[in-house]
Design a protein. Structure first.
Length: 167
């Protein structure tokens, strides 16, 4: 659940700005602003920035210490990605290898495994890629869609769908 009863949800935007919005409305503002600024819901009308959201990854059994970081929300990425050393420290070990095309156009092979992915008070199981040690963690579209979340670039919001489509 999305922390019902709290009325607030916090997203970290461009890794430095927190934007709060009303959870009951099912819409969460995505924006960028001055470093360290905190905005009230509905007060930011600037351009959309890079959205980051606090995300937790742990092994399927939820044993050990989970990995928690600010993940870049990337609707162009199918799977999520985290640093290999961080995943191994949580007890998530590779189970396969796949070929991926990077934003640069380069084609690379990375190991992956299914793991639990949690954010905004919800969790799912999704494929997570073992990235290089210094890589920025990426939250892919499969994890978002599994939880019924979509990014609306027009309204600059992350929205929970009323129902997950089966059509």
């Amino acid at each position: 659940m999305l922390g019902k009863g709290t009325g607030q949800l916090h997203l970290r935007i461009a890794a430095t700005v927190i934007v709060s919005s009303d959870v009951s409305a099912g819409s969460y503002a995505l924006a960028s602003a001055n470093r360290g600024g905190i905005l009230s819901p509905g007060t930011y009308n600037g351009p959309m920035g890079l959205a980051h959201v606090t995300t937790t990854i742990w092994n399927l059994a939820k044993q050990g210490t989970p990995y928690e970081a600010e993940f870049l929300v990337d609707t162009g990425a199918v799977d999520s990605l985290a640093p290999q050393d961080a995943l191994l420290a949580t007890g998530v070990t590779p189970e396969g290898k796949a070929i991926y095309e990077l934003a640069s156009g380069d084609v690379v092979g990375y190991e992956f495994r299914f793991a639990r992915v949690g954010l905004l008070g919800d969790e799912t199981v999704a494929q997570v890629i073992f990235g290089p040690e210094e890589v920025e963690p990426i939250l892919g579209v499969v994890a978002l869609e599994n939880m019924g979340l979509v990014v609306d670039p027009v309204t600059k919001t992350l929205k929970r769908l009323h129902a997950k489509p089966l059509k």
